[in-house]
Design a protein around this ligand. Structure first.
Ligand SMILES: Cc1cc2nc3c(=O)[nH]c(=O)nc-3n(C[C@H](O)[C@H](O)[C@H](O)COP(=O)(O)OP(=O)(O)OC[C@H]3O[C@@H](n4cnc5c(N)ncnc54)[C@H](O)[C@@H]3O)c2cc1C
Length: 463
């Protein structure tokens, strides 16, 4: 786009949007990145910080008419590069739209704008005895709009479901500026195609979410108990996790850390965790939590684990401190490629074995934590910075890409998927077709064309 065009578009958009249009170079520079480690080649044309549905509609009408690419963005904490803006693109942020519009106690739902942070929503709900269950580790820093657009998950999803299970209805501005209202306020509802579900996980490629009707739950009553068990190997820990699920204990978190993760966390926290081949963390909540925790501890011990039980919330938090330190421990080691494959629960132990094999084969450091109850693994590849390439992307060493490629192949072979909760974005585009197949790939591109005929919404991402 020429300087002349840039100036012309900025002037026209400023007229339409007033102070919602931001062109300060320092601000635009921050929009080249999210948390994926990717960096676009140049800053975007402008940022629209929408304050209302009308701002979003005006932006998309203008962009559609002039064929300008639009990158929807929440808080920019995404790990797949989906919210990154580049040269000639408009970044459309919904972060400033953060009101709670309605809380219905009788219907157990809340209506919110997309920019509210997951953690802030939960703080407000707590005062009424409710909570919004999807709990990405980034809940304090990520928006509900971003959570919906990526179908985010977290530790509690093993019991309470991922974001898709908590979305009843959405308001979405389409590429041409029309406002689509879809979904229900009712518990049930099967009229027409489920376009709300289609929007969940669509990563900004089909429309801009401007309002969400969300299912909320009464906060669990009773205690939350926590069990921490050390095992000689990830295979043993995975076997215990499977046994706990199969016994119907319904943990509200079930996490595995492998030996490499424990070593890194031990270094980071200055603790000696070297005696553990793997760690299994189990949380139970609600009615019968204490009994379920005791049963889980007993079962884990029968399968060779050495465990401890915490009954107070504070003591439970202490047991989870190793898990919470994982991201910090990884960042302290250098550059990190955070991965997100998922396999059927029954294949979890095999996937851990594959990761060990791949790490050795490619001589790459891989440390893994897993939401074991969901079969969702986060292998973290650490490497030393080698600078940025011509497109501004961090240079990931060839052996790391080769190892990631082997990991995706292994996950697919085991009946799994490329991404359990982070999305495709830029990072996994190259593997998408392999997983979903030609028929699904073409059909999804057709669906994209129906919603966005001029291809202005997040081009270059996902497809
Ligand atoms: C330390 C850390 C821990 C994390 N842990 C987890 C985790 O446990 N589970 C998990 O699932 N993720 C996790 N993430 C990833 C990230 O926080 C989630 O993907 C989150 O849902 C992104 O929200 P966001 O507001 O930052 O969205 P952004 O990063 O701004 O955007 C993400 C995607 O959503 C689209 N988007 C954003 N807003 C809208 C909108 N209003 N309408 C349409 N599309 C939109 C963007 O185009 C982009 O494709 C973690 C990230 C970090 C940094």
């Amino acid at each position: 786009m020429s300087h002349e065009h840039v100036d012309r578009h900025r002037a026209a958009l400023a007229e339409l949007l007033g102070p919602a249009l931001i062109v300060e170079p320092a601000v635009l520079e921050t929009l080249r990145a999210d948390k994926s480690g990717h960096l676009s080649g140049a800053p975007p044309l402008a940022l629209v910080e929408a304050r209302s549905i009308e701002d979003v509609q005006a932006t998309l009408r203008y962009a559609n008419e002039h064929g300008i690419p639009v990158v929807p963005r929440g808080a920019g904490t995404g790990l797949a590069g989906g919210a990154i803006g580049g040269a000639g693109e408009l970044v459309l942020s919904t972060r400033a739209m953060q009101r709670v519009l309605e809380l219905s106690v009788a219907d157990e739902l809340v209506v919110v704008e997309p920019g509210i942070l997951n953690g802030d929503l939960n703080d407000q709900l707590a005062a009424h005895g409710f909570w919004f269950a999807p709990d990405p580790a980034s809940r304090a820093i990520s928006t509900i709009g971003g959570n919906i657009a990526t179908n985010a998950g977290g530790l509690s999803c093993v019991k309470y479901g991922v974001t898709r299970e908590a979305v009843l209805g959405l308001a979405v501005v389409l590429a041409d500026g029309r406002l689509l209202r879809t979904g229900h306020r009712t518990v049930k509802g099967v009229t027409g195609l489920d376009l709300a579900a289609l929007m969940v996980g669509s990563e900004g490629t089909l429309g801009v979410i401007v309002e969400a009707t969300l299912r909320v739950r009464p906060r669990p009553q009773g205690t939350a108990d926590t069990v921490s068990v050390s095992f000689a190997s990830t295979r043993d820990a995975a076997r215990a996790a499977s046994a706990i699920m199969a016994a119907g204990m319904q943990p509200s978190a079930l996490e595995i850390l492998d030996a490499a993760a424990l070593r890194a966390i031990g270094d980071y926290l200055n603790q000696d965790l070297s005696d553990r081949g793997a760690q299994l963390l189990i949380r139970t909540d609600g009615e019968g939590a204490a009994e379920a925790a005791q049963r889980a501890l007993k079962l884990a011990a029968e399968l060779g684990g050495r465990g401890e039980l915490a009954v107070s919330v504070e003591a439970g938090e202490e047991l989870f401190a190793t898990r919470r330190a994982f991201h910090g421990a990884m960042a302290a080691r250098g550059e990190v490629l955070i991965e997100d494959v998922a396999v059927p629960r029954s294949a979890l132990a095999d996937m851990f074995d594959e990761l060990e094999r791949i790490g050795a084969q490619f001589d790459v450091d891989i440390a893994t934590v897993a939401h074991a109850g969901d079969g969702n693994l986060h292998p973290n590849f650490t490497f030393q910075s080698q600078g940025f390439d011509a497109a501004g992307e961090p240079i990931v060493p060839d052996e790391v890409w080769a190892a990631a490629d082997a990991m995706f192949t292994a996950a697919l072979r085991l009946g799994g998927t490329l991404t359990g909760e982070h999305g495709v974005g830029l990072l996994k585009r190259r593997w998408l077709r392999t997983e979903i197949g030609d028929v699904s790939f073409e059909l999804q591109r057709e669906i994209k064309r129906v919603f966005d005929p001029r291809g202005i919404l997040n081009p270059g991402k996902v497809y």
